[in-house]
Design a protein around this ligand. Structure first.
Ligand SMILES: [Zn+2]
Length: 81
């Protein structure tokens, strides 16, 4: 239900983000989440299983809006499956 999003507390702020696209970050906007490095003050928090939670991260929203400006034809065909 919420598999495509992740809730992360970063310092004093907590937002629901879009999921990362690679294994290095927890969020699309580049937060580490539960990074074992003790200097990262972030943690991934559970999301409810009963309903879908809206994404409220402003950085993820900016990335999403930027991507809307592109079409499939903007990409090399071999990068799209
Ligand atoms: Zn985000």
């Amino acid at each position: 239900m919420n598999e495509d999003r992740v809730k992360v507390r970063s310092g004093e702020e907590t937002f629901v983000h879009m999921m990362h696209t690679n294994g290095n970050y927890a969020t699309l906007c580049g937060l580490d989440g539960d990074d074992p490095d003790g200097s990262v003050d972030q943690e991934t928090l559970p999301l409810p299983i009963t309903h879908t939670v809206p994404i409220d991260c402003p950085d993820c929203k900016d990335i999403y809006c930027l991507c809307l400006e592109y079409n499939r034809t903007d990409f090399v065909k071999t990068t799209l499956t």
